[in-house]
Write a protein that binds this ligand. Structure first.
Ligand code: TYM
Length: 340
């Protein structure tokens, strides 16, 4: 009975590519909101391994990273008894719907995607068709589950808009089939910037590890990275500091970790040296990440527990996804299988 009620909740869905190291930007822009919103939604949280192979991955690293990311979802506070957590590749309906949606996505639309343009520049030797068609797979991830809300950072806004366009196009061509999802992009922390190059976003797969905070960085590394973070030539925090890219980014991180506003932080530290503020920020980070890492170490040490959650998640996801995919196949005119 309670199971039925649970499934009536609106659907919250999101995913992260298992590349590099889960970073503070991913937590602040996305995962934190998954945790905060999970009470009111049925959460569907994926490790999107099929997206990750659009860039070459070492198989053994990818395998470990997928499990590590799932364990970090749990460590962040996603409740596995109330949400659906799984590996994208365990649910073949993602690839199946992606193929269909490829046929409803225009090359002109894909040509405009900034993530494709960025990644093509960074991986000039491997501009593959998967990288190009990636947004149709992302649309499939979302539309398969009749998703209401998609919590992501600002860099995913364009993909979300395309997902909505594809859904509307399909619905208008046939009849209402997909729920048209809404993005949830946080007001604060939607774009956490790199520590050394604060004009570009913090990326979990940055070649320079001083550019990002890994959620698994030990305290001494966290302190060192914050200490070395690039700021401007001023020395003291002022009410204008939130507008300056480097120090403003650190103020944003502090404000999110301490559940306050950037202006309140600028006021609290007004007149204080940057070095002093950085020390306080490092303390906040350590205080947040130490218990996170303790929880992570427990989960990652119990492989059976983790794979059990992922198996159960994939079972539930397949059940939900099949319903939408069958509807889609029927509408486009495919002959139903297994009727003999
Ligand atoms: P990915 O793996 O690049 O990033 C995962 C999530 O973290 C957010 N994010 C950030 N937020 C704030 N500041 C940053 N510096 C920062 N860097 C990353 C991203 O916006 C994202 O929410 N295409 C997606 C993965 C995906 C997906 C989905 C997401 C595949 N299917 C379906 C939602 C729903 C991606 O590459 O995210």
């Amino acid at each position: 009975m309670s199971e039925v009620k649970k499934d009536k909740k609106p659907i919250l869905l999101s995913g992260i590519q298992p590349s590099g190291h889960l970073a503070l930007g991913n937590y602040v822009g996305a995962m934190r909101n998954w945790v905060n919103l999970q009470q009111d939604y049925l959460g569907i949280f994926m490790v999107v391994d099929m997206h990750a192979i659009t860039v070459r991955q070492k198989p053994a690293h990818l395998r470990n990273r997928c499990l590590s990311f799932a364990a970090q979802y749990l460590a962040a506070g996603i409740d596995p008894s109330k949400n659906v957590i799984f590996m994208q590749s365990h649910v073949p309906q993602h690839a199946e719907l992606a193929w269909v949606l490829n046929c409803y996505t225009y090359m002109g639309e894909l040509n405009r995607m900034t993530q494709f343009k960025d990644k093509s520049k960074r991986h000039e030797d491997n501009i593959n068709a998967g990288l190009y068609a990636y947004p149709a797979l992302m649309a499939a991830d979302i539309l398969l589950y009749q998703t209401d809300l998609v919590p992501v950072g600002a860099d995913q806004k364009q993909h979300l808009e395309l997902t909505r366009d594809i859904a509307n196009r399909f619905n208008n061509t046939y009849s209402p089939t997909f729920k048209v999802p809404e993005p949830f992009i946080p007001k604060a922390g939607a774009r956490i910037m790199s520590l050394q190059e604060p004009d570009k976003k913090m990326s979990k797969s940055d070649a320079n590890e001083n550019n990002y905070i890994s959620l698994l960085d030990p305290p001494d590394v966290l302190r060192r990275k914050i200490k070395r973070a690039v700021t401007d030539s001023a020395r003291e925090i002022t009410p204008e500091s939130p507008n300056s890219s480097g120090i403003g980014n650190l103020i944003t991180i502090y404000s999110v970790l301490n559940d306050t506003s950037v202006d309140a932080v600028a006021q609290q530290f007004a007149g204080q040296q940057y070095s002093n503020f950085k020390g306080e920020l490092a303390d906040s980070l350590v205080a947040f990440l130490e218990p996170f890492q303790d929880r992570y170490n427990k989960v990652i040490g119990e492989k059976g527990y983790l794979t059990g959650i992922l198996d159960e998640g994939a079972n539930r996801a397949r059940y939900m996804a099949t319903k939408t995919l069958s509807k889609v196949y029927r509408k486009i005119g495919f002959v139903p299988a297994g009727r003999s």
